[in-house]
Write a protein that binds this ligand. Structure first.
Ligand code: NDP
Length: 512
């Protein structure tokens, strides 16, 4: 099953009953966006969402995503025996020989072979030996449909292509050309704003039903992100204090020590706000903020996420609720990092931010007034990937204590995967002096790469770990006013040295 990491931990908890998603329920009400949906032959009869994919067709076989993330993720899945009988087909615009593609697949599978048992090794070898490559211009009307007609269904078509190419490829497809049960897998960014995401949703909805569309956000395949659900909903002590009465602020921080690393072509037109906050961090925020769902099946969980995101916004004036900055030359450890603006492929006049911070407000009963601070940046001195929940101070500290009474903090680390609860204690030493103590739990290393988890959901027809269409649009709706304000120069573009903690005038209150 997909979401294995989360489910595994919950399976151990006797109070939580896990069951297969009820797809007939999940396909009801698919017209929530008012789209014309694909015909009923996908909704009923022999081909249902549960049908396991027989062929994974990767469009963009020669690309970076395929080589660096997709194939290694698939390798882990095959090695664990969780994708039996799968056939892999690659396609791209390059005139690759079948051997070239097989070499690429074998190379990407290599790391998984060592850790696999005999069955896993056999599965990896079988897929690598049986894979084939096709040269196809997917934007032309006809060739992709002809290829699809030769493949065993159900097929998952993974669009590992530049976004405009994926869009064009979907536009030239017709639903009658898609074998029954076809799944469409779209990468981020999904559109470039609310309107284009809406148009893309309409194009896709005319091809297959919503639960056959997988909009990938691989953060949803990260074990620690999924474990937010177990932590929140399989423990009684948190829920009564998980609200505006007890929580002062919530921060979700993804600071990287990596700089541009040759990705100017993509990154310089995206920036930190679009690249990280628009998709990944809003989803982590939603997991932290949702009400307890009745089940963690796709309908209930994705409804809960959508409800929270619909209530979320970044409020004007954006000089108060947002900040942006770009790194200048500096040193990270031993590494000298050049000025971002001087990097090859960067157009400095675009004013692309490499560090972004926004305050999101969730206007509902539980969260009104609590700031959700989302921040992500590159080339920072310290790698920091975590959610920090800061509680309000105690209403009254009994007189007689000395020392500092600091607020409780719960920190959920996303790499390293660590849970930390900071509390105040008194003693030893002067028994009435308060000291800080941390309860720390290192979480088990995840068994599967995030792309492995996401792919499993795709192959088994479980859209739980995919972004739903309305949510994809809502994430753009939340950040679009900020993008406009930044483009118009309303919010200054600050500067920080690579290797620093960020601009000097941005206060940080990080507690180690
Ligand atoms: P690349 O530019 O590395 O690869 C794009 C691929 O698309 C190439 O294989 C290219 O083949 C192929 N292609 C382009 N035009 C056509 C066409 N008309 N017909 C058939 N194939 C075509 O991009 P990435 O792999 O980096 O990104 C792919 C998608 O994944 C993007 O949407 C990106 O935003 C997303 N993504 C990427 C991540 C990453 O780390 N790379 C991370 C998360 C998401 P050729 O070279 O022969 O033209």
């Amino acid at each position: 099953m997909a979401a294995n990491a989360a489910r595994q931990s919950l399976d151990d908890c006797p109070q939580i009953k896990m069951s297969q998603p009820n797809k007939s329920e999940s396909t009801r009400g698919l017209d929530y966006l008012g789209y014309q949906v694909a015909p009923a032959r996908w909704h009923a009869g022999t081909v249902t969402s549960k049908t396991t994919v027989k062929t994974l067709l990767i469009l963009g076989a020669s690309g970076d995503l395929t080589g660096r993330l997709l194939l290694p993720g698939l390798a882990g899945l095959l090695a664990s025996g969780r994708a039996p009988g799968l056939r892999l087909v690659g396609a791209g615009s390059d005139p690759w020989s079948p051997e070239q593609w097989q070499e690429r697949v074998k190379g990407a599978f290599e790391a998984a072979v060592g850790g696999a048992d005999a069955t896993g090794q056999a599965a990896l070898a079988a897929v690598a030996a049986g894979t084939e490559y096709h040269q196809v211009d997917v934007t032309a009307d006809g060739p992709l449909a002809e290829l699809l007609a030769t493949l065993e269904g159900p097929i998952a078509i993974y669009f590992a292509l530049p976004p405009h190419v994926s869009q064009k490829a979907c536009e030239v497809l017709h639903r009658d050309q898609l074998p029954a049960g076809t799944r469409l897998v779209m990468e981020k960014p999904f559109g470039s704003g609310t309107e284009s995401a809406h148009e893309l949703n309409k194009t896709l909805a005319a091809l297959v039903p919503e639960d056959h569309i997988h909009r990938v956000d691989h953060f949803l395949g990260k074990a620690t992100v999924l474990n937010i659900l177990g932590l929140r909903f399989a423990n009684r002590f948190l829920e009564p204090v998980w609200n505006r009465d007890h929580i002062e602020k919530v921060e979700v921080i993804f600071d990287e020590d990596l700089a541009l690393e040759g990705r100017a072509r993509y990154y310089d037109t995206a920036g930190a706000l679009r690249d990280m906050i628009q998709s990944h961090l809003l989803h982590i925020m939603a997991f932290l903020a949702i009400d307890a769902p009745a089940t963690i099946e796709e309908r209930d969980l994705r409804d809960a996420v959508a409800t929270v995101l619909r209530a979320s916004s970044i409020k004007a004036p954006y000089t108060g609720s947002t900040r942006r900055a770009r790194y200048a030359a500096g040193t990270i450890g031993e590494r000298k990092v050049p000025d971002y603006a001087a990097e090859e492929g960067v157009d400095p006049s675009r004013n692309t931010e490499t560090l972004a911070e926004v305050r999101v407000d969730i206007d509902n009963w539980r969260w009104k007034g609590v700031p959700f601070i989302l921040r992500s940046g590159k080339a920072l001195g310290r790698r920091r990937k975590e959610a920090v929940i800061t509680f309000r101070p105690v209403p009254h500290l009994p007189k007689g204590f000395s020392g500092v009474d600091s607020p409780n903090q719960l920190r959920i680390g996303f790499g390293p995967d660590v849970l930390q609860l900071n509390v105040d204690v008194n003693g030893p030493g002067d028994i009435f002096t308060l000291d800080r103590a941390s309860l720390v739990a290192e979480l088990n290393a995840p068994g599967m790469l995030p792309y492995g988890e996401v792919l499993e959901g795709i192959l088994t027809g479980d859209p739980l770990l995919s972004v739903r269409g309305d949510t994809a649009e809502d994430c753009w709706r939340i950040i679009e006013p900020v993008l406009r304000a930044w483009e118009s120069g309303t919010v200054p573009l600050d500067e920080y040295d690579a290797g620093s903690a960020g601009p000097a005038n941005w206060p940080t209150d990080v507690e180690d």
